[in-house]
Design a protein around this ligand. Sequence first.
Ligand SMILES: Nc1ncnc2c1ncn2[C@@H]1O[C@H](COP(=O)(O)OP(=O)(O)OP(=O)(O)O)[C@@H](O)[C@H]1O
Ligand SMILES: [Mg+2]
Length: 505
Amino acid sequence: MRSPRGRGVADLLSDFGHDLPAVAPAVAMPKPARLFSHVGVRGLREPDRGWVAARPPVAAYQMTSDQAPALWPFIAGPGLPPTGAQMGIDVQSGAAFCADPVGWVLRDEIPVTNANVITMGKPGTGKSATTKAFALRMTDFGYRILVLGDPKDEYERLCHFFGVTPIALGPGMPARVNPLALGPLGQGWDRLSGSEARSRSAVVFTRWLNLVRGVVGSQRIGDQRVPFGPNEAAVVRAALERLTGYAAGSSPLRETTIPRLWRALDEPDDDLVAQCRFVDRQQFLDETRLLRNALGQLVSGVLAGLFDDHTNIDVDWDAPIQSLSLSRLSPLGDEAIGIALLALNSWGRGMREVAPPGDLRVVIRDEVWKVMRLGVDAVKALDEDFRLSRGVAGKGGDIQWVNAHKPSDMLTVGDLGSQAANIARDLMHLADVKILHGQKAGVAAELDTMLGLGPQASDAITGWAMQRRGRALWMVGERAYKVETHLHPAETALTWTNEALEGAA
Ligand SMILES: Nc1ncnc2c1ncn2[C@@H]1O[C@H](COP(=O)(O)OP(=O)(O)OP(=O)(O)O)[C@@H](O)[C@H]1O
Ligand SMILES: [Mg+2]
């Protein structure tokens, strides 16, 4: 290097044969291509590049990443495992939504402790279609379907699909169902020890008393319900114990029927009068008049010929579906259908009492508001089924599925705050899975009060769910999922319930 004022050190050293090393000239590196380029808020003004003429009115919020996940709908709740019936799409996450109530109970991370399901929605919002699709899809996992009373005969198509003939009940029809049937509990008594026989008898008597309480308590005198208190229960129990041979120490129990029970109370013998601690026969007859008249409804009233003899239908419990069609009862009124549903409830329960472990069923009660209207005793019977749905002593354990319209269905059983209304409200809380289809604002507000849904869930029910049949907010424990049930064309045909309307169009 030459100094501006003379020769530099490098020249001097080169005079003596030494060359200083030179710095290599810098090589220019090629510039990397830009991965991102800034695009204005209106987008690129090219075809298909999302250009907008005006900026959308977007509200800006600032929050920490801790608060952001609470913002709906950007982040959906934790998903459910892909087990059970695939129902459709969870629209918040876009993923498939699978329903598996028993599977959910078995997993600790899902806040569900029973496999009871309540569906609610305005008429025509797709409650029954979702029910049928669920039940149908669960058959692939070994479940069988039991429809405990089908007031509109709408499950018949599903039965025919499985090659099963539904059982039709109605005036003039040959089928009889004995609500006091022993069911499978009638078998195998010879293998039971004394104490086992006694505990089995207790199960049977409790079920019968519940039924009689429901039937009697559903009848009215003016605007009062016929009472069924401890006296009535004691009389019915004593009569049943004598009719079945239990009082005489006989086991197995002899099956009896409602007319026999009614006759035993209508023409009481002296032993029964004495056992029930009445002074004389006349007092017995006076005190049990309402009870006898209420029971008489099943023997000679509107429901005569339906529940007043031994069961004469041979139910194939191994068939994939069993359904009892009740549309022929509709001319007799809602109350008659309600009583029939109650009797079937008891009967179905008896049939499930000794179901072997692993015999899984979806037990469907559609149009359950008809039972609700029958009063507190009828609701109690349903309540019991819900409480026992997890199974008893390792047996049973069904998916109990109930369809209603609105929460006040459950509250028509009594005045606000009454025991009946409380039981009905509790019933809602006994179902850990609630499927809420579209509702009007007033009903959504009722649901909000009962279940603490909050504004977003309430809006989903009154807005989004009302826009399409099959849309519903699935409450799985405390978690909410916006689910759209998708039907296969074959299922659409099986679930079609608009024939009457089509005919009118
Ligand atoms: N997810 C769906 N996709 C397409 N069609 C549907 C869907 N859900 C229901 N539907 C159709 O809508 C009609 C009414 O449905 P559904 O009978 O299930 O209503 P509902 O709520 O049970 O009414 P109701 O209270 O009167 O019993 C049916 O014909 C059914 O096929
Ligand atoms: Mg329906």
